[in-house]
Every structure is written in structure tokens, then in C-alpha cells.
Design a protein around this ligand. Structure first.
Ligand SMILES: CC(C)(COP(=O)(O)OP(=O)(O)OC[C@H]1O[C@@H](n2cnc3c(N)ncnc32)[C@H](O)[C@@H]1OP(=O)(O)O)[C@@H](O)C(=O)NCCC(=O)NCCS
Length: 235
């Protein structure tokens, strides 16, 4: 059988993880690997895989012999790049680590990336091109919208909802049945107990929206930029 080439867009950290996922799973029998990166010189070897060119390179590849994985962790950049790549007729397969545990009742969208030791529980629905980083726990009946990125070790409790394009930071937790809106950001380590509005950034435990935090800091007499560490997350 002729192997297809999986072009991994982005030779950074997530790109290296995709190399490891493919090479340690049955996908290794299907795909040879190459990196696409606009900022790394062609011919450079990254994590054992050659950078063959920039994005424009993909316009000339044969869709029958190729597939693409966009290994970029910014949801908005993912959406734009994936739209462009799909318009060139190229496919983006799901890339799932062999050690991830995904219950059979889960609906996995196309183009998802699921990292090592992630767990996705019963009847959850994972949207197209979502990234679930290593060690993430997704409870039962969770719904994650397209292009969302879930940081390593985050915990989405049963029935939680994460909207389209939302970034959930590493180690963040979302309470049972709690919705987080579209294109929102949940800061690293935040604990979300209440609904998060579209486009909002929340931080801390309990998670608070950034503008709210800034107002509280001003009221407490903390000038912007003068605190050293945890002031923005004070409840
Ligand atoms: C929330 C976040 C998006 C803010 O990024 P930013 O807008 O660039 O903010 P800054 O780094 O300028 O930090 C602004 C302030 O918030 C604080 N802060 C930043 N992130 C924080 C967090 N997650 N929790 C608490 N405080 C945080 C900073 O210490 C800084 O405080 P200061 O004003 O007292 O110095 C980012 O810090 C974050 O948590 N991103 C998640 C990344 C991640 O986990 N990705 C997944 C990888 S697998």
C-alpha cells in the first residue's frame, strides 16, 4: 500500500506532539510525515521530520496522496487556516493518541487532535477541529464546539459546554452543567462555577471576568501594572 503524506502545519510544540501521536499509533502505517511552516526554512529537521515548505506548498499537493493536520493552538488561527486548507480540497483526519480513552458513545468531529492519556466520557460531543491536549478529562454529556482548544490537564465536568473557538487553559476546571460561551478564554488553572459569556476572559478561583477584576483592583487602589502576581485574581 502506498503511504499518504500527512502534512503537519506548524513545527512548534503541538506539531511535535502530533508527530509522537502518529508515530506511536496505527496511523504510523498510513502516513509519512512532513512539516509545513511559514517561519522555518525548508529542509530544517524538527523532531525528526523535515520542514518541506510554507503554507503555499500545500496548494500544489495531490489531495489523493495527502492529508493535513493543523497543529496550531490558537483557535482563531486554526479556524482561518483550516478553512483555507479545506477550500483546496485537502482532508484533515482526526489524530488521536493510542493512549487516549474515548468511550464508544462519544461523537468525535473531523480533524480533532486528542493527546496522550486524555479521557472522554459517555455521550460527549466533540466538535470539528477541536484540540484536546494530554491528560484532559472530559466528563459525560459534555459538548465542545468547533475549533475549541482544551489545555493539558483541564477538567470539564459532566454536562459542561464549551463554545466554538474557546480556549480552556491548562489545568482549568469547569463545574457540572456549566456553559462557557463562544470565543471565550478560561485562564490556566481557573475554576469556573458559573456561565461564561461569549468572548469573555475569566481567571482565578472562582473564575472572574477580566474587566470585573480590573474594576475591583482599581477600587482597591491597585494601579494597572503595579501588582506582582496574584492581584488580578483576587475575588
Ligand atoms: C489568561 C491568559 C490568556 C492571559 O494572557 P494575557 O492577556 O497575555 O495576560 P498577561 O500574561 O499579560 O497577564 C495579565 C495579568 O494576569 C495574570 N494572569 C495571567 N494568566 C493568569 C491566570 N491563568 N490566572 C491568574 N492570573 C493570571 C498575570 O500574572 C498578570 O498579572 P499582573 O497584571 O499582576 O502582572 C493566559 O495567561 C492564560 O492563562 N492562557 C492559557 C494558556 C494555556 O493554558 N493554554 C493551553 C496550553 S496546553
Amino acid at each position: 500500500m502506498t503511504m499518504r503524506t500527512l502534512f503537519i502545519v506548524g513545527a512548534g510544540g503541538l506539531g511535535k506532539e502530533v508527530v509522537d501521536i502518529v508515530q506511536s499509533s496505527p496511523l504510523a502505517a498510513q502516513y509519512a510525515l512532513a512539516f509545513i511552516d511559514d517561519t522555518v526554512a525548508p529542509g530544517t529537521i524538527v523532531h525528526g521530520v523535515e520542514v518541506v515548505g510554507s503554507r503555499a506548498f500545500l496548494r500544489a499537493v495531490d489531495p489523493e496522496q495527502s492529508a493535513v493536520c493543523v497543529a496550531i493552538g490558537s483557535p482563531a488561527v486554526r479556524r482561518d487556516l483550516i478553512g483555507e486548507i479545506e477550500s483546496w480540497g485537502l482532508s484533515l483526519p482526526a489524530i488521536v493518541d493510542a493512549s487516549a480513552l474515548i468511550r464508544p458513545s462519544v461523537v468525535l468531529g473531523p480533524g480533532v487532535i486528542v493527546g496522550a492519556r486524555a479521557f472522554v466520557s459517555s455521550q460527549s460531543v466533540i466538535g470539528a477541529h477541536v484540540v484536546i491536549n494530554p491528560g484532559v478529562l472530559v466528563g459525560h454529556d459534555v459538548v465542545i464546539g468547533p475549533y475549541a482548544v482544551i489545555g493539558g490537564g483541564a477538567m470539564l465536568s459532566g454536562g459542561a459546554k464549551v463554545g466554538e473557538g474557546t480556549l480552556v487553559g491548562a489545568g482549568a476546571s469547569i463545574l457540572l452543567n456549566t456553559p462557557v460561551g463562544d470565543w471565550a478564554t478560561v485562564g490556566m488553572g481557573a475554576a469556573v462555577y458559573a456561565a461564561v459569556e461569549n468572548g469573555t476572559t475569566v481567571l482565578g478561583n472562582p473564575a472572574r471576568a477580566l474587566p470585573v477584576l480590573r474594576k475591583k483592583n482599581e477600587a482597591a487602589g491597585l494601579a494597572a501594572g503595579t501588582s506582582t502576581n496574584s492581584a488580578p485574581v483576587a475575588p
